[in-house]
Design a protein around this ligand. Sequence first.
Ligand code: IFM
Length: 446
Amino acid sequence: MDKQIIQFPKDFIWGAATASYQIEGAWNEDEKGESIWDRFSHAPGNVQDGDTGDMACDHYHRWEDDLKMIKQLGLKAYRFSTAWPRVLPSGTGTVSEAGLDFYSKLVDGLLKLDIEPYITLYHWDLPQKLQDKGGWPARDIVDAFVEYADLVSRVLGDRVKNWITLNEPWVSAFVGYDYGAHAPGHKSRHEALAAAHHLLLAHGNAVPVIRRNSPGSNVGITLNLTPQVPASPSVADRTAANWVDGHINRWFLDPLVGRGYPQDMVNDYGDEMAFIQPGDLEVASVPVDFIGINYYHRSVVRSEKVSEEENTPRTVFSGDVTEMGWEVHPESLYKMLGRLYFDYDFPVIHITENGAAYVDEVSADGEVHDPKRVSYYARHLEQVHRAIEAGIPVKGYFAWSLMDNFEWAYGYSKRFGLVYVDYQSQQRIMKDSAKWYKTVIEKNGF
Ligand code: IFM
């Protein structure tokens, strides 16, 4: 007889997540406007192998079959994002009824199958028209985001009761505007800091609007949080680890809970930060119903800089790493969950993403055997359970990702899915990890 060692609370939310640009395709259909990711991926040299999200998983056309797959997996909740330029092709103003209708049907389809929709309003596909006006570094973006959040929550708010304003604002701001590896591909720390501020302000302004349009809903934000560990006990490495923690984690966590921007980082960045206006930080710290954490790995930090140009300490990954080169370190998830509750006092925590990329192949038996991914999930879920036992209010877990998809600058070279996607035929195959996850959901443990 199987020995069940891990049992989750009765109402635990089991889900999986995706994002619009990564799965939808149909990049220019039915009035959809161009996004910064359309523009960025169409320019040679930005994405591995010249891949684009033009077709991706063709979810825009195959959503009904994908819903059946979600049901077959036994998911209780599904996290997806709405594409801003699909519903507001120019970012503001004229609405695309076709775009809204797509999401409305998706939501109805989920509810019919008894699956709770979790909507992320912004998962990086900014309308290009808004980037042309300055993008996130320009303050006008805040009103534009509120207009978009108002529209989507007015149309879907009667049926959708869980909202995430932004996915990983650190990535939007710094990877997009400072490191240049994501759309729009800029390299300016000042722009990144302004972008980060306007993202937080947009979030803060949108929360009450969503609550008004969707009474009784839960509204939160998702951050990518990465524990930073010094590579040695030296003062230099410890200082560097603290810097990266400030850069990635505290720069968003602190203002969200009303502590303002961390002073050590303000001093270090040395930016005049004139984009902060009186009252902004109060708005950004509007209480949320939950915090979403996307957790993949920890980072071990060395004091030397990546390069003179990239003014960031070097992080190194070693030991057991995934195809992304990221270290598998489940205990760090436990540590971060504790910090979110005991230090930052968030009332509810959802793990809105966790998962791993590995090389997957369809075997001769027609199946995809991915034991490393099963092990990754099991080891992280053990830590989630440990956190719950310690009294930390973790209420939901969303595997990243429902299916293989467009992994941003890596194109289709990295597979994170529970479900394998053959991009030529668009055939979906449940990997062993999907079958395993299904039994975890059925048993509410493993
Ligand atoms: O694919 C991404 C996702 O869009 C945001 N979080 C991290 C994932 C893996 O890199």
